[in-house]
Design a protein around this ligand. Sequence first.
Ligand SMILES: *Cc1c(COP(=O)(O)O)cnc(C)c1O
Length: 393
Amino acid sequence: MNDWRMELAIDLARRGRNGLRRRLYPRSAIPFPYFDLHGKQLINFAANDYLGLSTHPKVVSALAAGAWRWGAGAGASHLLSGHTQVHADFEQALADFLGTERSLLFSSGYQANLAVIGALADRRDSVIEDYLNHASLIDAARLSGARLLRYAHADVEAARKRLLQASGRRLLVTDGVFSMDGDLAPVVALGRLAEETDALLIVDDAHGFGVVGESGRGVARLPGVPARVLAAQIVTLGKGMGVVGAAVAGDEILIDTLINHGRSYIYTTALPPALAEALLVALEVLREETWRQIRVAEHVERFRSRALAVGMHLADSKTPIQPVMIGSVTQTMTLSARLEQRGFYVPAIRPPTVPQGTARLRVSLSAAHETGMIDALVQALAEENERLDSSAP
Ligand SMILES: *Cc1c(COP(=O)(O)O)cnc(C)c1O
């Protein structure tokens, strides 16, 4: 082995010893909310498919029919010849739904974030971000060359201080729903702050779109967020929408700027049109089958009240992301393994993904879950937690 391979192998071995080595587990095609791991069928509490749309017959049929109509791929980038009428139709339908002038489709949220921040900020500018923002927003700021200033999680006064230190164009950027905690950004206060300080507000609504706000329009559309300062709302389409991709919603000027300056928009193959067909139908289903939002909200209520009643510590979250706070890394790992033995897939989230001492189980709920699955999960959690307590020294 030459040197670089040796160095990489040493790094991976170190990660392994510290219990931090990441591995892939290919699942089979058993549909959500089931899941299989190591040959055992489990109930999946680790997916972002909050409304169960990934397996919706109308969405799946639209994808299949779309592939027969358009072929498997777009064949080129949007600006070359990859942009189709169905991309445009979806963008218009989404803009109408969100109440913006326009929207622009991307193949992923990661790319959308790179484009938005990269097109709006350069080295003369400042990007002000919550400490717990998604990695793609941090990377986007770094890549833009702008000055990156971070503020303590959800702390509007800390954000104000950062804004006062900032120069050039100032982008105030936040996740709508924080992915490891499930809490909402203080968007109304951030919006007012952006208004007072003449900054642009950018909300990444990856985990909010489809489940938060009126008809699932997202955290950015909650009442009280000043429309004038909301420069961009990013919605991802692989989570609540159950498909893949992302869209940026905003006004005409913003979208035109992304088309002209968004490098991760310009230099990449367009999303396959068949997927845009599936997205168009998924958006229709989202608007029509409002029972899905109601059902996942009921699951959240039920999970919380039952888990609290049996003494579990929950994070302050009203979204389908429901962290069960454990604290100790080994206890969290043990609980996750025991839940797996009992038929539930609930991942353990450990430092450095979350701060020291806040290891947790991350439960993701979906309208695709049956009520009985939620009850069974809480019961198993309570029993296994009890076993931990009684075996503790
Ligand atoms: C998942 C996620 C993304 C990335 O979206 P993809 O479409 O999966 O690339 C971006 N931002 C946040 C906040 C996310 O949770």
